[in-house]
Design a binder for this molecule. Structure first.
Ligand SMILES: Cc1ncc(C[n+]2csc(CCOP(=O)(O)OP(=O)(O)O)c2C)c(N)n1
Ligand SMILES: [Mg+2]
Length: 378
């Protein structure tokens, strides 16, 4: 069909539409929340929790710690002391805002980029380094025992989160399952199935779509034709909203609201946190191959740490000396964790079978026995 034929067909559809009676039956709006803009200027009143400056300082310290850990992890990978690592550079406000809003009894189901949320939950730096060093024991957290391990397969943990939330609901527990996922993950069937269930069963669940504008080399514009990812929630009959994911105050505030709603039995919420992946996808990637330096330059202006620092300094709650002391303190903590991690003896090769199945199928049981014999001989 030629282009002109197409337009003719289009206008005939428009003519036919005008002939029939139609009335709107549903309409929806997606709200966007921002408290602190990129220059550290308040866009409205401070939420109640943020009126306590010590709370803001706690969030700031957590974001700085996350970034320093991230830099160290990349340096360790580059020097052959860590496996592939997925940096959260630029997304610290989202992850810290999410993790710090949860209660200890809630359950976090993260993907691979959210160390800021995991630290807030009580996962240690040593545990995370152990995991990224290729040792599954790093996921056997001493702290948040019921939080889920890092989920590498995209979106497969979203139905798990619905299952966890369903168990909480059946047991009448005032707890919430929080599932963090990427923009790319919202294209998976697992995601749609899980949010449908969350809506139907009115589960105590908060989904945080950490929209960092990229899914490896696929930009947001090629991920979905939908204007927002938050609106995907509407089709599942659940509330969806956007938040400035580089504004830790806004993220923390919207999380508190969604958690309270879920805990009170009023169902799930999907929060799309708009941010940007400032680093490569992982240490196995080179983002210069598919995105421009100009884009990165633009995004650097949105830096979540910079804007809160400006705000804290302007309001007289933070100084250059505080910054210096924080860097020294966090660096020492990270160095101690690295030392501890490097001293852990590597796992036995047969441990790869440990967490696969409750009862190993015969073929694997044989391989496991063989592996045990080989490692004893070695
Ligand atoms: C089921 C599955 N398919 C493909 C991959 C390969 N993969 C790893 S990360 C990724 C992109 C994910 O993008 P997004 O959900 O936006 O998360 P981000 O990495 O940006 O945080 C893909 C396709 C995978 N890990 N799992
Ligand atoms: Mg992404």
């Amino acid at each position: 069909m030629s282009h002109s034929n197409k337009s003719a067909a289009g206008s005939s559809i428009a003519r036919r539409d005008a002939d029939v009676h139609k009335a709107p039956v549903a309409s929806f709006e997606i709200y966007y929340t921002q408290v602190l803009d990129q220059d550290g200027e308040l866009q409205g009143p401070l939420p109640e929790f943020a009126q306590d400056s010590s709370k803001l300082i706690e969030l700031y310290r957590a974001m700085v710690g996350t970034r320093l850990f991230d830099q160290k992890a990349i340096a360790l990978q580059r020097t052959g002391q860590l496996g592939t690592y997925a940096s959260g550079l630029g997304q610290e406000a989202t992850f810290v805002g999410v993790g710090t809003a949860m209660r200890p009894e809630d359950v976090l189901l993260p993907t691979y980029r959210e160390c800021g949320a995991m630290f807030a939950r009580g996962v240690t730096m040593t545990e995370l380094l152990t995991y990224w060093g290729g040792d599954e024991r790093g996921m056997d957290y001493a702290g948040p025992r019921e939080d889920f391990p890092v989920c590498i397969p995209i979106a497969t943990h979203v139905p798990h989160a619905a299952g966890v939330a369903y168990a909480m609901k059946l047991r009448r527990q005032p707890r919430v399952a929080v599932c963090t996922l990427g923009d790319g993950a919202t294209s998976k069937g697992d995601f749609y199935e899980a949010i449908n269930l969350a809506g139907v069963l009115q589960l105590p669940m908060v989904l945080v779509v950490c929209n960092n504008q990229w899914a490896i080399s696929v930009p947001r514009s090629k991920q979905s034709h939908a204007q927002t990812l938050a609106q995907k929630a509407i089709a599942a009959g659940i509330d969806g909203e956007q938040v400035d994911g580089d504004d830790v105050i806004a993220v923390h505030e919207r999380m508190l609201a969604a958690l309270a709603k879920a805990r009170g039995g009023h169902g799930p919420t999907l929060i799309e946190a708009l941010s940007y992946r400032m680093g490569d996808h992982t240490t196995a990637d080179d983002a210069r191959r598919y995105r421009s330096e100009q884009e990165l330059e633009q995004q650097r202006k949105l830096d979540p740490i910079k804007r809160l620092r400006i705000y804290l300094e302007r309001s007289g709650h933070w100084t250059a000396q505080d910054e210096e002391a924080l860097t020294v303190e966090r660096t020492a903590e990270i160095d101690a964790a690295v030392k501890e991690y490097l001293a852990i003896p590597p796992p036995a090769p047969e441990s790869m079978f440990d967490f696969l199945y409750e009862t190993l199928p015969t073929a694997y049981a044989e391989q496991c026995a063989l592996s045990k014999r080989t490692s004893k001989d070695a």
